[in-house]
Design a protein around this ligand. Sequence first.
Ligand code: SF4
Ligand code: F3S
Ligand code: FES
Length: 230
Amino acid sequence: MRVELRILRRAPGRGPYWQAFSLETEGRERVLDLLLRVKAELDGTLAFRYSCGHGVCGSDAMTINGRNRLACKTLVKDLGRILTVEPLRALPARKDLIVDLEPFFAAYRAVKPYLINDEPPPARERLQSPEERARYEEATRCILCAACTSSCPVYWVNGHYIGPAAIVQAHRFLFDSRDRGKRERFKALGSGSGVWRCRTAYNCTEACPRDIPVTQLIEEVKRAILFDRF
Ligand code: SF4
Ligand code: F3S
Ligand code: FES
């Protein structure tokens, strides 16, 4: 079938503009395949990020037909004959589909996304039961693609909100039985830019390509701050 691929482009010195490409496809191709074909065969100046090509690295999140998705996991046959592709919203667009992810990673760093434990280490590893490990399993699936944060209406109007992805990363360590860093993380999470900005809009949960129940994890972090229960 023939599809029209409309891409919202941007170049230095030139504001955003739409460019359309007409492509023949069997439908089982992914949006990433079409972008690669455009770049190889029609316009080598098209800029976009990707790496693994298989839903693991999180680098090709973009807004496809109005919804945040990974280009490498989105089949053309599921989209109809007109495809629109835009850079993620609310993050500064730099060139074509490439956005500046620094604000996103600044929020990520603010929640200290690493194990904090200054107790003397045991002779061997810090043991953890399967039940304790399961407590934060869902958060470990996050690939930091930014699809959730850039789909959040609170983030659209307040770029200082740390956003759902950073809260998911905080959840990963707050509910780890080996971690002792909750007080340090609460500084960012409980601040005016933290979890209380969330209005349970659920866009983040709908956007997540890893099916993480993002809103539920945010609510768990809110309760943890309120009741300090782990
Ligand atoms: Fe992406 Fe989901 Fe992680 Fe958000 S929670 S960054 S949507 S994988
Ligand atoms: Fe935003 Fe998700 Fe909360 S979309 S308002 S972070 S539930
Ligand atoms: Fe790695 Fe899509 S290219 S997740």
